[in-house]
Design a protein around this ligand. Structure first.
Ligand code: MTE
Ligand code: MO
Length: 230
């Protein structure tokens, strides 16, 4: 990364890309005994698992900066996987109920983390379901085995351990994971527009998040240590 590169407004580059997230999800452990499914809901097909079909889609690669809403950014992460637009158009759309035009996509992780994007944002260039990071299968820390990557959106839209994709037609169809306030989730979450959350100005979110960044980072580090010595 060039020293001269300026991060987006209100962000600061950090030098280590670490596992991070809502503290309630720090303790998640995957159940490795079952094969991973990627289930699509809101279609006519009951229990549509598209995981086996991902391999047939064209592969995409991109290098992008990663921006957490709490103000840290990490430069130049390279991802590989499939475009969400291909997933939607080829694997999901054929199963939508007649006359149904969803406008929201809800993404849920295996740890029960949940957030959403307007369909229009999810179909944009660069939004992918990634299975590789920096040339290797995505490590647990960064969302193994499948992660949503939406580089123009804050980290909280980039769902790790992706398990469920749900098509919905109104925002009321889902909520941000409890007990976290929905205030923390902007419906779009675009970095360029500092859509950090709802109802409050971006500077206030930055100020509110400031005291929780280090405790959260330390919690995730502590849990990772425990996991290694299991
Ligand atoms: N499943 C899941 N995905 C998640 C989160 C989470 O807690 N669980 N946290 C989000 C937040 S707030 C951030 S900043 C990024 C952190 O990604 P990293 O762990 O790869 O650094 O993951 C996002 N995706
Ligand atoms: Mo974040």
């Amino acid at each position: 990364m060039s020293d001269k590169r300026q991060p987006p407004h209100g962000q600061r580059y950090i030098t280590h890309f670490e596992r991070f997230g809502l503290p309630t999800f720090a303790f998640y452990k995957p159940d490795e005994s079952k094969p991973w499914q990627l289930t699509v809901k809101g279609t006519t097909a009951a229990n549509l698992d598209i995981k086996p079909q991902l391999a047939a889609l064209p592969r995409q690669h991109q290098t992008a900066d990663f921006h957490c809403v709490t103000s840290w950014s990490y430069a130049d992460v390279s991802w590989a996987g499939v475009a969400f637009a291909d997933v939607y158009n080829q694997l999901i759309k054929p199963h939508l109920p007649e006359g149904n035009s969803p406008n929201i996509v809800v993404f849920r992780g295996d740890d029960s983390y949940v957030t959403s994007l307007p369909l229009e944002d999810a179909l944009a260039d660069g939004v992918m379901i990634a299975d590789e990071m920096n040339g290797a299968p995505i490590h647990f820390d960064h969302g193994a085995p499948l992660r949503l990557v939406a580089p123009k959106h804050y980290g909280y839209k980039n769902v790790k351990h992706l398990r469920t994709i749900e098509l919905a037609d109104s925002e009321g169809a889902y909520t941000f994971p409890k007990p976290w306030p929905r205030l923390m989730e902007h419906p779009r979450g675009r970095v360029d527009y500092q859509e950090r959350g709802r109802h409050l100005p971006p500077w206030l979110f930055r100020w509110l998040y400031l005291p929780i960044v280090w405790p959260t980072r330390l919690l995730f580090r502590q849990v990772a240590k425990g996991r290694r010595s299991d």
